[in-house]
Design a binder for this molecule. Structure first.
Ligand SMILES: [Zn+2]
Length: 329
């Protein structure tokens, strides 16, 4: 069943604005405004939900992914006001714990809707701080809680969801997400990223270990690559991996910092390629997941590049694939 514009819901929260990283930090609150500007440009602003309730299982799921000591340390450090947490990459302020927790709680609520019985089968969460660098007990690269890993753990508990596929197209490798799932065969982590580059992980040889061997895929890209390499990797490697894995759920770690304007990424991807990438994954979701798809904002540090890329991303998420004719109701 297709419900037109009801298919996509977009979520954000005012608490994300209050995570203050200090002057000059690229991971700043104005990124949220840029992403919402992208939603407006795509003409789907009325599908934006601000300040939804956190999912009631938020604390329990965070405790599955992160150590209790780590969570306490972050909470305590946040209460002390502005300071660095674990490294100078990770400035925090009084609202940072609440913001990181809300990123998880809103993402769980959004995933519950998309993979439950609601009308909206697609979700895009505009959150910060981002999450894919966060390890079980280590903040890294502007990330505190690994939100996409929390969503994967949550969905694995839902009936009928036995295999979850995470596609991370942020320009940086999601070391945290890979490490959390690399020994498991039920959550597949796939990433395209610039390599070698921060955080240093993500070589093609990293394919998972033990029962997880073959369920991690890393597609390194050279500095300065653009749309052709980006889309070829998605088509030839990621979409193929999805078809072999046959997931019940697909999650996107949607970082837009490979955009040609991005000050950190050093790549030449255009916003149009983000739309094309999204279309490929929407097609995969239609093949394997009843069209359901969850997407979470990770990086993206040029405000115009982020707005333009988010516009393309949500435009395709809301419209569905243009190449696959929807079945008649
Ligand atoms: Zn990034």
């Amino acid at each position: 069943m297709y419900h037109g514009s009801l298919m996509l819901k977009i979520y954000t929260s005012s608490v994300f604005h209050r995570h203050d990283t200090g002057p000059g930090h690229p991971e700043r609150a104005s990124r949220l405004d840029a992403a919402i500007e992208g939603v407006t440009r795509a003409g789907v602003r009325e599908q934006l939900i601000v300040d939804p309730d956190l999912h009631p299982e938020t604390s329990r799921i965070i405790a599955k992914v992160h150590s209790a000591q780590y969570e306490r340390d972050l909470d305590d450090a946040t209460r002390a006001g502005f300071r660095y947490f674990h490294s100078v990459d990770n400035p925090i302020s009084s609202a940072s714990f609440s913001a990181a927790r809300a990123a998880v709680g809103i993402s769980l609520a959004a995933a519950a809707e998309a993979y439950g019985s609601g009308d909206a089968r697609r979700a895009f969460v505009i959150a910060r701080p981002p999450g894919h660098h966060a390890e079980r007990a280590q903040a890294m690269g502007f990330c505190f809680f690994n939100t996409i890993a929390c969503v994967a753990e949550f969905l694995r508990e839902q009936p009928g969801i036995e295999r979850v596929f995470i596609y991370d197209f942020d320009v940086h490798h999601g070391n945290g997400t890979q490490h959390l799932f690399e020994e498991r065969g039920d959550v597949y982590y796939a990433s395209i990223h610039r390599y070698p580059f921060y955080p240093g992980t993500g070589a093609r040889e990293e394919i998972g270990t033990g029962a997880g061997r073959g369920f991690t895929k890393n597609v390194p890209l050279e500095a300065g690559e653009g749309d052709a390499a980006f889309l070829r990797a998605t088509e030839d490697e990621i979409v193929r991996a999805i078809d072999e894995f046959r997931p019940n759920a697909i999650l996107l770690s949607a970082g837009f910092d490979a955009h040609r304007r991005d000050p950190l990424g050093g790549m030449r991807v255009t916003e149009g390629a983000y739309g094309e990438l999204t279309r490929r994954i929407v097609e995969s979701a239609e093949r394997w997941c009843g069209g359901r798809l969850f997407s979470l904002l990770e990086g993206g540090y040029d405000l115009e590049g982020l707005a333009a890329s988010v516009a393309e991303h949500v435009n395709v998420l809301s419209a569905g694939s243009t190449r696959t004719a929807p079945p008649a109701d």
